[in-house]
Design a protein around this ligand. Structure first.
Ligand code: G4P
Length: 287
């Protein structure tokens, strides 16, 4: 996979970026959403330059799909660099109360500052930012209540500026999901494609699947065996295997064959990527 495949930046993202920058002055707090499966690769490096030292909370979304041991490790690492990171599972709402407490802390600090300047009753304004498909709508829904936010946005769909009133004390600004113009490290683009943040058709599925299989063999061999080892054939498929062979193993485990009886690598790749994204292989962190 060449690096150039990952360089793209649609016009609506330029527009969204401008909107976020313009509104930066209006907000007290940034709620930055990143994907718990790729907490580093899903952080937009532009955010730092756009918002500088503004108070920030990091929300690690889809924690139910990520490896809990690695998630704990990431939370500690972020804490060491002074960032509060909170894993969230939208299905069980786990983590939502902790975020509320963190926001309350930020609200209290702001109220105190306002009070000193003689300002009373102005709500805290927080901007919710994150890459496409990271779970912003879902998060806002579980945080602010179903009625307050739109749902069902697909990656790449532009949304207008939207303030959501959570309470007398808190307003959220929802923003469109944006990526950044260039992935310096091609592995970042690959991880974004694996989690579904980048549209799949931009990448070659078999190549992506083989990279994933290589990674799983190295990091989660038991999950890989558990789901895709053809029955009674452990000896034939002894790890370590080349990525091509691993893909063949996946094809065989599901009887995916082409007309001539050859393993159907393409269908195996599509199936594997789908099962990764839906969490069916297991809880996997990709970095
Ligand atoms: P966005 O606004 O940032 O673009 O993301 P959105 O909330 O639309 O979420 C994108 C996808 O991620 C949705 O799935 C959503 O259900 C899923 N998602 C969000 N948060 C979590 C989470 O904490 N855990 C898990 N497992 N999934 C999460 P979808 O397949 O696009 O839609 P749907 O099947 O839910 O309708």
């Amino acid at each position: 996979m060449s690096e150039t495949q990952y360089q793209w930046y649609p016009g609506h993202m330029t527009k969204a970026r401008r909107m976020m920058q313009e509104n930066s002055k209006l907000v007290d707090l940034i709620i930055e959403l990143t994907d718990a499966r790729i907490p580093l690769s899903s952080r937009n490096p532009d955010i730092d330059t756009m918002f500088g030292n503004k108070a920030r909370i990091l929300v690690l979304t889809k924690a139910d799909l990520a490896d809990p041991v690695r998630t704990d490790r990431f939370v500690k690492q972020f804490a060491e660099s002074g960032i509060t990171a909170i894993p969230v599972d939208a299905r069980t709402r786990k983590g939502i109360d902790q975020i509320r407490r963190e926001i309350d802390k930020a609200c209290a600090a702001k109220r105190e500052r306002d009070r000193k300047r003689g300002i009373i009753g102005r709500p805290v304004r927080a901007m919710v930012v994150g890459i496409p498909n990271v779970g912003k709508s879902t998060f806002i829904n579980s945080f602010a209540g179903k009625a307050s936010a739109k749902t069902g946005n697909k990656p790449g769909v532009t949304r207008g500026k939207q303030w959501i009133r959570v309470s007398k004390e808190l307003e959220l600004l929802d923003t469109p999901g944006i990526l950044w113009p260039k992935f310096e490290d091609p592995a970042v683009g690959m991880r974004l494609a694996l989690t579904g943040a980048i549209r799949q058709e931009l990448l070659e599925e078999q190549e992506l699947a083989m990279r994933l299989l290589d990674y799983l063999q190295e990091n989660y061999p038991d999950l890989l065996r558990g789901r895709y080892m053809p029955e009674g054939e452990e000896e034939r498929w002894t790890f370590p295997l080349k990525p091509e062979m691993l893909l063949e193993m996946v094809a065989q485990s599901r009887n995916l064959v082409r007309a001539g009886g050859e393993p159907d690598q393409m269908r195996a790749a599509v199936l594997l990527l789908d099962e990764l994204r839906s969490g069916r292989i297991g809880r996997i962190t990709l970095e």
